[in-house]
Every structure is written in structure tokens, then in C-alpha cells.
Design a protein around this ligand. Sequence first.
Ligand code: ADP
Ligand code: MG
Length: 320
Amino acid sequence: MGEFDLIRTFFTRPVRRAVLGVGDDCALLAPAPGMQLAISSDMLVEGRHFFADVDPHLLGHKALAVNLSDLAACGARPLAFTLALSLPRADTAWVGAFAQGLLALADAHQCELIGGDTTQGPLNICITVFGEVPAGQALLRSGARDGDDIYVSGSLGDARLALEALQGRLQLPPATLAAARQRLEAPSPRVALGQALRGIASSALDLSDGLLGDLGHILTQSNVGACIDTRLTSPLLAAAASLPLDEKLRRQCTLAGGDDYELCFTAAPALRTQVAAAAQASATPVTRIGSVQAQAGLRLLGADGEELLARYASFDHFSV
Ligand code: ADP
Ligand code: MG
């Protein structure tokens, strides 16, 4: 199958919200009056972000999920996306499954595929998402203030737990591995929570490289420090007692695991009821894990309230 047949078969659908979709030199979007466009790109590279033998359906899901997670972090509503795809060969079964996983998540969020590029080459997927947010209401990394509470959504560390097992460093019971693997391979972007936090959260970002490093971005850009409780743990990791998992690895997964695609955000203590209401309205659990402090730096509290050294480097493509 040639390039244009691939595009027509798998990536062309009737236009819904866009003014113009796949098939011309540009797609056209018409932002609603009073709205700003929120735009973000994420690239997934074989061998770097996923294994060569990954299920293409899951890969399609994840490629869009990580992008929707960025819109969620800004409190934006998804509108549309473009897909730049480099493929070693036109394997129609593979592309069909990839497109299915991708478009199912796109439909779930009413986010329309409006264009892209398709080329032969090493497997590489680059998506750009477009969302909308009322002018001036986007959640930014720079808004955290001394005294704000710090929260995370869902649970942290499951994806890293799966990675440890898949790379042979840890053996997990089949049910635990299946659940952790689901978190690694099919993350759920917290799109509804992000929008519900508009006007409530003082800052937000999504956790892709690990809590400590990512929270560090909020602290740096907001010119503040923080203290967090490291006892937070996921239900999967909470079963650590029955897993071959020591406390150090549990903390490593939770604090620096990466690939969580949860939201981390701050909000004034006076808004705790509103935060709880936003969590409930979006059916997304949130946990308060610490507070923002004027003093720069990130302080970690251990099980007995003692301070731990923050030695958990987060993921950085060029430092490993
Ligand atoms: P051009 O050469 O003008 O950049 P292309 O021939 O690359 O255009 O693409 C033809 C049309 O197909 C364009 O509208 C482009 O946006 C769309 N397209 C190409 N690849 C994809 C893809 N993977 N997913 C969705 N649309 C695509
Ligand atoms: Mg082209």
C-alpha cells in the first residue's frame, strides 16, 4: 500500500469540528471567540519510548494519551491533532491496529485528526495537539505561591514498576504485572480534572519524567521551594510488603518513576473544598502530598517525618 492509500484508508475521516481536515496543504481550525489555543507536541521513538514489539493498538493509544496529558496540565479542552508518522514499511495490519488505538482515544476525547505527514523511516510518531482554553485561564507552571498545597492525581510509580519487571529487574505476580503494565502502556490522560481545576489550581503540570524532577519545574518557574511527604504510594506499590520490592525501589518508582501521566498541581489551602469538588466532578482521585514554601529547594519527609535527601534524579534524555 502506498503513502496516499495509507493516509486515505487509516487516517482520513469525515471532518467534524475542524473547518478543514486531512487532504489539503493545511488543515483549518477556527478558535471560538474569547478562547486561546493550547498547543503541544510529543514524540515517541522506538527503542527510546517503547519496545519494538509493543502492541500497535496500545502504542496508538499512548502516542495520543501523552499529548492529551499536556492539554490536561494546562486545563485545556482537546480539539484536534496532527500525526507525523515515520514507518519502516506499510504493514497494513500494524497501521490498522495503531490507527484503531489512536482514534478510539481521540473519539473518547472528541479530538479530531486533522492532518499530518507520513514517511518511510525508523518507527517514530510525533503528535501535535490543539486544545482551547478561555483566554487567560490556562494553568501554568509559574503560579505556585508560598503556603499552597501540593497535590497529585491518581497514583504514581505503577508504570515504572512495570518497566522494572519487563526489563527483568523484578518479578511480579501476573495480576500485579498486568495492572502495572496497563498503566505503562495505556495511560489515561487527566483531561477532565485539568479543566475542572481552572480557576482553582495556582499551577499545574503533568508528570512524565517523575514527580521530583517535574515538581522541580513548578518550583523553579514559580520561584519557590516545597516540602513533600514521600509516604504516598499507589495501591499496587502499597502491596510492596508482598512484592520483592524494597523501600528504596518503592520510593524510586513513586518519586522518580516517570511515565505516570498524572497531574501535579498546587492550590491555596482556602480552596481545599473546591479541589475536592473538582476531583469528584472529574471522577479522578487526588492526594495532597505537601506544601509550597518560600525557601528554595525540595525537602522530602520520610516515614517518621525525618528529612530525606532528594537524590532521585528524574529522567533526562541527554544525561543518561
Ligand atoms: P504535503 O506534501 O502537501 O505536505 P502530504 O502529501 O504529506 O501533503 O499529505 C497529504 C494530506 O494528508 C495532508 O492533508 C496531510 O495533512 C495528510 N496526512 C499525511 N499524513 C497523515 C497522517 N499520518 N495522519 C493524518 N493525516 C495525514
Ligand atoms: Mg508531506
